[in-house]
Design a protein around this ligand. Structure first.
Ligand code: CMP
Length: 230
């Protein structure tokens, strides 16, 4: 019908809504623009809305006492966030910041809860999406505890390749990798360490770095990522 309803049909929790359901939902949404680096949701704030991303990427982050950042996840167009505090009535579980200029569609708490009551399919979709996110969080906790930093960088690149990689003769191309600081914040290490690990992977022929682009050599996922003995 229009751009907004097309987008809503892509959002995992609204899959299966009929035309009338999508139109009703669409009428409840309010667009809101955020500049790069703006704080969209602050940890510990009261939750009053759900956000759907129309344009731009956001990151979900926690800050340590020294200001160190841990990135829990990143979201892009067609993703949603802010459901947790609406569902359990607790304050926001984390901060959400715009990584680039972003346009969000805002659904008020009351409208969100009304849609859930009226559309049992949406409620079931939310449970499925929250299971997926918990599964992913389990994997990240496991990686933090069980893999060294080489394995963690490699795991993250394999995930990125699955999500947005393009197979070419040279290998799998990731066109827009996160910055080294963002990679560090996702795997609980420093930017310097990420830089060292990527350089070592490049020296060992596992990948090639070309600015924002990374090419993972054939068979990357099957490599032994242990640090080489001096
Ligand atoms: P809420 O707690 O309302 O506000 C912060 C939002 O970030 C939260 O809802 C979720 O939508 C999202 N969020 C928090 N932690 C995670 C996580 N581990 N994985 C994915 N999304 C998360």
């Amino acid at each position: 019908m229009n751009k907004q309803t097309d987008l809503l049909r892509q959002v995992s929790i609204f899959k299966g809504l009929d035309d009338q359901g999508v139109a009703k939902l669409s009428a409840s949404l309010r667009p809101l623009d955020f500049a790069k680096d703006a704080l969209i949701v602050g940890q510990d704030d009261q939750g009053d809305a759900l956000y759907i991303i129309e344009r731009g990427r956001v990151k979900v982050v926690l800050y340590g006492e020294s200001g160190r950042e841990m990135i829990l996840t990143m979201f892009r167009a067609g993703d949603f966030f802010g459901e947790m505090s609406l569902l359990d009535g607790q304050p926001r579980s984390a901060n959400v910041l715009a990584m680039e200029d972003a346009r969000l569609l805002v659904l008020s708490r009351d409208d969100f809860l009304r849609h859930l009551r009226e559309e049992p399919g949406v409620a079931a979709n939310i449970l499925a999406e929250m299971s997926r996110r918990l599964r992913k969080a389990d994997e990240i906790i496991g990686n933090l505890a069980l893999l060294d930093v080489y394995g963690r960088v490699a795991r993250l690149l394999i995930d990125l390749a699955k999500k947005e990689g393009e197979a070419t003769d040279e290998g799998i191309v990731i066109t827009s990798r996160p910055t080294q600081q963002d990679i560090a914040s996702m795997i609980g290490t420093s930017r310097e360490t990420v830089s060292r690990v990527l350089s070592e992977f490049q020296r060992r022929g596992f990948l090639q770095m070309q600015g924002k682009k990374i090419v993972l050599s054939h068979g990357f996922a099957e490599r032994d990522f242990e640090e080489e003995d001096e």
